[in-house]
Every structure is written in structure tokens, then in C-alpha cells.
Design a protein around this ligand. Sequence first.
Ligand SMILES: Nc1ncnc2c1ncn2[C@@H]1O[C@H](COP(=O)(O)OP(=O)(O)OP(=O)(O)O)[C@@H](O)[C@H]1O
Length: 261
Amino acid sequence: MSGLRIENVSLRYGARPILRDLTLPELCPGEVTVLAGPNAAGKSTLLRAIAQLAPYRGRITLEGEDLARMPLRRRARLIGVMPQALPAGSSLVVLESVIAALRAGSDGFTRKADAQAMAVLDRLGIADLAMEPLDQLSGGQRQMVSLAQAIVRDPRVLLLDEPTSALDLARQVRLLGELRALAGEGRIVVAVLHDLAMAAQWADRIVLLHRGELHSSGPPATVLTPDLLARVYGVRARVERCSQGRITVLIDGEVQGGPRL
Ligand SMILES: Nc1ncnc2c1ncn2[C@@H]1O[C@H](COP(=O)(O)OP(=O)(O)OP(=O)(O)O)[C@@H](O)[C@H]1O
């Protein structure tokens, strides 16, 4: 009961079913889980449901406790969310925005807030951005600040929606290494990634969604097969084994006729 459980979760937008009776294997501390699947499969929606940002039917529990019944502040301390994009129109500088994220999970004034927020910026290698206005950052810089906001409360669960989409190669590696380290410290890390080669390299487990349902889940080497990539994504892929049970995925092109599912 130490993990995150998602059981029989269904979610509709209006009359449209988006998640359909979704039950996942328990997501455990120490693991990086990548949520994968074609566009509109329901990946972001599932993250929103876990974060209790969208109403659903079914049960989502953390260490046996129903997240839907948890007091807001406690939930804010336990769950860190890195959305696809930070909302524009902020008048804060980076450090203030990270302090604001820290305070959202605390009941009162935290004297050490500045130091805590600075330590997180330093950990992510962006301390030099502390006094920059949030609205004047580049897309990649904003993404790193968004990660800082998500982890500053030291959450037990970290939910990230396409966290590398705006990052250059060095920062992609830095961020993914950071996710591994954050998991290694005992957190449950769940990230939506489109880049399956990246997912193969960094994930302990891949959960593949398709049209709001669980298609498959397991270690990258068992989920990411050429046959699955052809059927679900409609791409021709080569999957090669490398060291320590890891695989590399190379996409060659599209299969004729597109996805078969
Ligand atoms: N607020 C909303 N209102 C109505 N429909 C929505 C809303 N948000 C998402 N949807 C629909 O839900 C479905 C799943 O969307 P979601 O963003 O979860 O997919 P995704 O797997 O994250 O896709 P992508 O890879 O393209 O980001 C889509 O068909 C989308 O149009």
C-alpha cells in the first residue's frame, strides 16, 4: 500500500468518454513511469485526474488514502504537478514564483522559504534566473522553472506533462537525470513523454494508453516492440538491446495503412 493506485477510473468531457474504466498496476516509490500513447489517448487527462484537477469516477489512492477525500493543502504537499506549459501573464520573478509554489502547500509563513526556493533553483542549475521576470524567459527556461515549482514542496508524487518538450539536448538529459534522482530519493514519478527512445532509456515502466484504455504496461523492453509500435502508432521501428536490459528504439518510417488499432 505504499504506492499510487488507479482503479476503475472513468472520465468524460460532456458526453464524451475520455478515460474508460482504467486500472493501472500500482505505481511505486523509486520508479519512473512514462505515460505514452498516441495523441488524444488521454495521457494529460489521466495526470489531471491523479492531481484531482478533473472529476472522475473510480478510485485514486496514495498509500491507501483516497486522494479525492484528502484535504487540499495536504494533497498540495504530497503531489507536485508540472503542467505542459506555465500560464502566461505573471508579474513575478522566478524566485518569487517558486516561493509562491512552496507556500501553496504550507499552512503558514515559512521563514526559510527563500533559502528553500533558491536551493531548488540551484539543484536544477538555474540559480542565475532567480531575479528574471517569469514572463521574459525562453520556453526551455520556463520549463525548468516549472519543474522547480513542482518539486519545491518536496512532494511524494511528481506528475509531469511532456517535461522535455521545450528543452535543448543538454537540458533534456539534465531533467531526465533529475527525475531519476528524484525517484531514487523515494518519490513516485510519472511523466508523459512522446519520445519513446527517451522513454526506453529513462523509464522503469511504460504505461501505454490507447483511446482512454490501458493498452499495455511493463518495462520498456517488454512494451516497446516493433509490432506494438506498428499497430498503435503506425510506425516502422527497430528495437535493439543494449546493456543492462535497456533497449534503444529507432523509428524508420510509417507503415503503409497507418495504425491498425
Ligand atoms: N477540457 C476539455 N474539454 C473537452 N475535451 C477535452 C478537454 N481536454 C481534453 N479533451 C479531449 O480529451 C481527449 C484526450 O486529451 P488528452 O489531452 O488527455 O490527450 P493526450 O493523450 O494527452 O494527447 P496529446 O498527446 O495530444 O497531448 C482528446 O480527444 C481531447 O480533445
